[in-house]
Design a protein around this ligand. Sequence first.
Ligand code: GLY
Ligand code: MN
Ligand code: MN
Length: 436
Amino acid sequence: MSDATVHKQRRNRLLQKMQRGIAVIPAAPEAVRNGDTHYPYRYDSHFYYLTGFDEPDAVLVLIAGDEPQSILFCREKNMEREIWDGYRHGPDAAKEIFCFNTAFPIAQLDDKLAELMCNQPALFYPLGAHALWDGRIIELRARVQAQARSGVTAPDEMHDVRVLLNEMRLLKDDVELATMHRAAAISAAAHVRAMRAVRPGRMEYEIEAELLHEFRRNGAQAPAYTPIVAGGANACVLHYTGNNAALKDGDLLLIDAACEVDGYASDITRTFPVSGKFSAAQKDLYEMVLAAQAAAIAAARPGARWNEPHDAALRVIAQGLVDFKLCSGSMDAVLESESYKRFYMHRTGHWLGMDVHDVGTYKQDNEWRMLQRGMAFTVEPGCYIRPADDVPQAFWNTGIRIEDDVAISADGCEILTAAAPKTVAAIEELMARHSS
Ligand code: GLY
Ligand code: MN
Ligand code: MN
């Protein structure tokens, strides 16, 4: 099946869910960095999911009902601009290539949209996502309302189209999963490359450069998020992105970095010793986090609730913190009082897809939602220990997180990122081979 057919099928599914009314889904605007320099363009995930069209200045309009219509507004061909900025499809080619019923120049959007909105009962739109679009859509609806005396009605229901789209995107189809596999494989190779490159005295940014090199040389378009390359104490800053310190012998290095391929994110964290060999205390904590992750992955299966992997990881971590005398009382008491949060303060995962923290609700009807085939998410327990009088010194400045990407399968889950080594033996063996 061609890409265009896949996107067309998605539009048809959305049209069915809408039942009746009009949907307006704008492309992401370009973002100016300064002067005439722009940030790298990244399409809006919803827009791209439905179109496969990666140009800015475009809008998708869907009309649901007895004769469903899928209409693209996009930039016209313009040789002068194409010399400076690159190829534009233009409406005629875009209509054919991306299988729309019609395509119009973006300059005609307001007039055409005011016509298309007439007598539609409902408007589906990403409410609140873009302030400028919100104003424009409200104005267009007012323009339609102003024609009331000629018998025209404006949509009187407003729906956030993302409610429907988020549910669609939560369940990945085989095409999406294949792309996520590619992203995960490239990111895993980048972590292997980083493990080979690390030595005491190297800078965190040198290791970041290794990761970025591996992403791009394999065709990934970009990192899926800003890489975290955090040696020693820096690993206890959850969103550390400075990546500008020297790596020290005896420290652990936490790397949370992964790439995006064709619109799909991966998300991997590995933690390993700068020297290539874990100390006894580092190994104790690492094995605890690894066991927590294994427990969470074992709980990730169809029919389980979203919170079950998190709860499984928490039990292992709470017991470990008691065993290492980092928390007092029983495991149940630690869970009840949430005293583990001093050392493990985030949750064990999030949906993963076109966005690294992907769309989709975590609860339905006030219950954690049931996992089902095609859902993809991260499993990423951690433990972060800052210096404190009541903590043994051997644990100070130790930040550990182990993060893999999984997709729920027919009878469990598939680990997309399994190629990135994570057992103590596998990491030490790989680093020993590349230590000279
Ligand atoms: N890299 C972002 C996260 O792990 O959630
Ligand atoms: Mn994550
Ligand atoms: Mn991550």
